[in-house]
Design a protein around this ligand. Structure first.
Ligand code: 13P
Length: 259
């Protein structure tokens, strides 16, 4: 059984003050989070203070990027060791915004994924096609290529490590646009991802990898995705920024679990 995983990607939002304010509001009335792994991915600067605030809670922390080396002359970078020291458990890698705005290359993403495993961090590997790629019918080709490239240095992982890997299917055209994929499109993409993972690794390891959908997820549409057999959660941007809207997502998931 794969555990449901909901991750909040705050991107470049929230100062330390804002993050603390959010968490205090969010924790005022804890509810409905059993059976769900809840990951907060704030900016680097808020990781340490948030780690202190969530110590006694079931929430876990994720970072939004990292370098693959443990240390070195890499001005401006953050290493996996530094993240682990703060109690970070997950790290988002290969987000389309990093690929697009920071020219992150497939080989770098592959090194980062392998390094995350080496340092005991769970990678949330983002893949997804652009609008143009989908229109031209290249979605499957793009998803398989991105998986092949990003896992090139991690093909040897055992089942235990595979169960820590999360693939976030985030169609680029659905991110921040309010135009989420349909349940049908997301379900088809997730099925493609799982069957290609079985080719790359094997069926047994592919079966334990969790797949999230990301892209304009909100409390009205989240059940369209997480009720699908191959989708095990969501990676949420905009709707995770306010305690109220994020709580609503969790309540929606809770209703699904109870039904
Ligand atoms: P939105 O939920 O704002 O579309 O962002 C999705 C995303 O990029 C999460 O990583």
């Amino acid at each position: 059984m794969r555990q449901l995983i909901l991750a909040a990607n705050w991107k470049m939002h929230k100062t330390v003050d804002d993050a603390e304010f959010f968490l205090k509001r969010f924790m005022e009335e804890p509810s409905g989070i059993t059976g769900l792994e809840l990951v907060f991915c704030p900016p680097f600067t808020a990781l340490y203070p948030m780690a202190q605030l969530i110590k006694e809670t079931p929430f876990v922390l994720g970072a939004q990027n990292m370098h693959w080396e443990k240390e070195g002359a890499y001005t401006g970078e953050i290493s996996p060791l530094m993240l682990r020291e703060l109690g970070v458990r997950y790290v988002i890698l290969g987000h389309s915004e990093r690929r697009r705005f920071f020219r992150e290359q497939p080989q770098e993403i592959s090194l980062k994924v392998a390094s995350a495993f080496n340092f005991g961090l769970n990678p949330i590997l983002c893949i997804g096609e652009t609008e143009e790629e989908r229109r031209q019918g290249h979605t499957e080709k793009v998803l398989c290529r991105q998986l092949r490239e990003a896992l090139a240095d991690s093909l040897h992982i055992d089942k235990e490590h595979a169960s820590k890997l999360v693939i976030a299917y985030e169609p680029v055209w659905a991110i921040g646009t309010g135009l989420a994929a349909s349940g049908k499109d997301a379900g088809e993409a997730a099925a493609i991802i799982r069957s290609y993972l079985a080719e790359l690794l094997d069926k047994e390891r592919a079966a334990v990898i969790r797949i999230q959908y990301g892209g304009s997820v909100n409390s009205d549409n989240i059940l369209d995705f997480v009720s699908l057999p191959d989708i095990d959660g969501a990676l949420v941007g905009g709707a995770s920024l306010k305690p109220g809207s994020f709580k609503e997502l969790i309540l929606a998931l809770d209703r699904l679990r109870r039904s």
